[in-house]
Design a protein around this ligand. Structure first.
Ligand code: MF3
Ligand code: CO
Ligand code: CO
Length: 268
């Protein structure tokens, strides 16, 4: 996929801004942990949204999706064949479902954005593998987030890895610059040509949020609600998202409060 030359529009954050974005990112990440005890069969996605909303507000933050381009809820909750932008509501989770919860916070004007997958009860081996590979895709993208590397190598490596399992990578929704606004430059495609796009520099902050489909890559947006994006073949889709800051050394994963995606310093 071709990139526009958008380098000049990519904001280089100051140390003070990075601190602010980090604090917001931590609240977003903590929200995903706060919801864990409630994610089980019989619970509605609307209730999970309420748990997240209460947590965000209790931590003096604002849910960024509410009112964003007319979106009416505080989180996105995407079940099974929903790729992204699932609207929380009356659907009650069932044993075997896979669910993505996506939280974006605004704290003191700074944005943090993260999402994770949950399994409802016992899920199929096939669903487990899709979730595992999708998480690995995010880790692979993070490893490419090094100053001097090309932005396109994030998508290049993710796509190479996901397709090696027969999966497909969603190209109609992307990661994005984040921090001072919800969606900033650059667009972070999860499918890209090797060595394409702008070069990464310290102080750039963006999300990587691969959406990996078990079947075809294409999506269709629900005509009635205008948001819910589903796989065209009805097969499963999974997604993980982190907010990443490029530095002179290894990437800082601002939303990774469990240090799951930390890269050993030795390899830099
Ligand atoms: N949080 C999503 C992202 O990762 C965006 C949701 S926009 C909404 O970029 F309007 F659908 F909420
Ligand atoms: Co995002
Ligand atoms: Co998000």
């Amino acid at each position: 996929m071709a990139f526009r030359d958008t380098k000049s529009k990519i904001i280089i954050k100051t140390p003070e801004q990075i601190e602010g974005i980090k604090k917001s990112s931590i609240v977003a990440a903590q929200t995903l942990k706060a919801v864990i005890p409630f994610v089980k069969p019989g619970v509605s996605t609307g209730f999970l949204n309420k748990v997240c909303t209460d947590f965000i507000r209790d931590h003096k933050a604002i849910p960024a999706t509410l009112g964003y381009h007319g979106y009416t809820k505080e989180t996105c909750i995407s079940v099974n064949d929903v790729i992204c932008h699932g609207i929380p509501g009356s659907y009650e989770l069932r044993e075997g479902d896979i669910v993505n919860v996506d939280v974006t916070t605004i704290l003191n004007g700074y944005f943090g954005d993260t999402s994770t997958m949950f399994a409802i009860g016992e899920i199929s081996e096939h669903a487990k593998k899709l979730i595992r590979v999708t998480k690995e895709c995010l880790a692979i993208g993070i490893r490419q987030s090094i100053a001097g590397n090309y932005l396109g190598n994030i998508g290049y490596e993710i796509n190479k890895y996901a397709t090696s399992f027969g999966y497909s990578v969603v190209y109609e929704f992307c990661g994005h610059g984040v921090g001072l606004k919800f969606h900033e430059e650059p667009e972070v495609s999860h499918v890209a040509d090797k060595n394409s796009g702008p070069k990464l520099a310290p102080g750039m902050i963006f999300t990587i949020e691969p959406m990996i489909n078990a079947g075809k890559a294409r999506s269709k947006v629900d005509k009635k609600d205008g948001w819910t994006a589903r796989t065209i073949d009805g097969k499963l889709s999974a997604q993980f998202e982190h907010t990443i800051c490029v530095t002179k050394e290894k990437p800082l994963v601002l939303t990774d409060i469990d240090h799951e995606f930390e890269i050993p310093k030795e390899i830099f």
